[in-house]
Design a protein around this ligand. Structure first.
Ligand SMILES: [Zn+2]
Length: 346
């Protein structure tokens, strides 16, 4: 029985390895408070010729009374500078407007126009995870990732502050089947020690994916392609390795020569890096608002956990580490802790 359980776990690992962590967004406490300061110009009197000093008689200096009225300095303070500054909001880039028209399918995205007129970003929850919310016109839009194993039919998200629910329908999509031959049989049927390693890695990856949702002042979307190359395996393929069914493909494979630079799909923070049984040398980047990208099978990792990366920064090089039939990048994208088809957001 335990053996059977572990094998099921292996399948689960293949896909979970495609998720990520957060970056440091501007926190309310980090909002700069602008204080007015008197500009004081100091003059070194020794460097000014004596004849240049003013010789005009000065008006008498008023001696302040102990119960004097508020000093003019206090009276001139502009109270507006003390009004709370609203938290930053991320605006919807126009390149994402096309997402409005796509069907919502398993492994896809739901575009939800919110009714909130609030100045602050609504907290939209889908299956216990917070979704990306972007400012659009005078309102807000939620971009929600739908799991590949989602049931067809009606789903809903909830505004956690107002309790308002928004429904959407998940429609059918037929994903193709792929059959692969792997020379290293252990990558298909791991031995006992491999299974222990896989279990450890599963927990590590899961922890990286559970990184808390972070506010961002700019949209974490869209993303850019991390590598130029042929799309060798799309997202969602039903997969058979050496004739045995395994979990579906939860990323986009881009074939490229070994050593080709891999760039960050957006600015963010490296949550974790590792050398995993299935995805090989892997980098996780958190872009904020629950958007996490995964880069697998690298030949070389060029960033470290905790590092802040710019969009287009080189983070590693293409390889074939882990369960791979040739050099390529396995690119995973997670929204609200859900792996979705990366092609939708690039
Ligand atoms: Zn892949």
């Amino acid at each position: 029985m335990p053996k059977k359980f572990l094998i099921i776990g292996v399948g689960a690992l293949t896909c979970v390895s495609c998720a990520i962590a957060p970056m440091t967004p501007p926190q309310p406490s980090s909002v700069p408070i602008i204080e007015r300061q008197e500009k004081v110009t100091r003059i070194d009197e020794r460097q000014i010729p004596a004849e240049s000093f003013p010789v005009k008689p000065q008006p008498p200096v008023a001696v302040p009374s102990p119960i004097a009225e508020p000093s003019p300095m206090v009276a001139t303070i502009d109270k507006r500078q003390f009004t709370p500054i609203p938290p930053p909001v991320a605006w919807l880039p126009t390149s994402l407007l096309s997402l409005r028209n796509i069907s919502t399918v398993p492994g896809g995205i739901a575009w939800i126009t919110l009714s909130s007129q609030s100045d602050t970003s609504p907290k939209i929850m889908y299956q216990k995870h917070r979704a990306v919310v972007l400012r659009h016109g005078h309102g807000w839009v939620a971009i929600v990732g739908v799991p590949l194993d989602a049931k067809l039919g009606q789903h809903s998200v909830i505004d956690q502050e107002t309790g308002e629910r928004y429904s959407f329908r998940v429609k059918h999509k037929k994903y193709k089947t792929q059959r692969l031959r792997i020379k290293n049989k252990r990558k298909v049927n791991p031995n006992r020690r491999d299974l222990q390693r896989i279990e450890r890695e599963y927990l590590e990856i899961k922890a990286a994916l559970a990184t808390p949702w972070k506010t961002t002042s700019t949209s974490p979307l869209p993303l850019i392609l991390p590598v130029q190359g042929r799309f060798s395996s799309p997202f969602g393929l039903n997969r058979y390795f050496n004739g045995q069914r395994r979990n579906p493909h939860k990323g986009l494979d881009i074939a490229a020569r070994q050593g080709t630079p891999i760039i960050a799909a957006a600015a963010g923070k490296v949550i974790n890096t590792g050398h995993y049984f299935f995805t090989g040398k892997t980098v996780f980047i958190d872009h904020g608002q629950g958007v996490v990208t995964l880069y697998g099978h690298m030949n070389k990792i060029l960033v470290s956990p905790g590092e802040i990366v710019e969009k287009r920064q080189i983070i590693g090089r293409v390889g074939k580490t882990g369960r791979a039939t040739g050099p390529h990048l396995h690119w995973g994208v997670s929204l609200n802790n859900t792996m979705i088809d990366p092609i939708l957001l690039k």
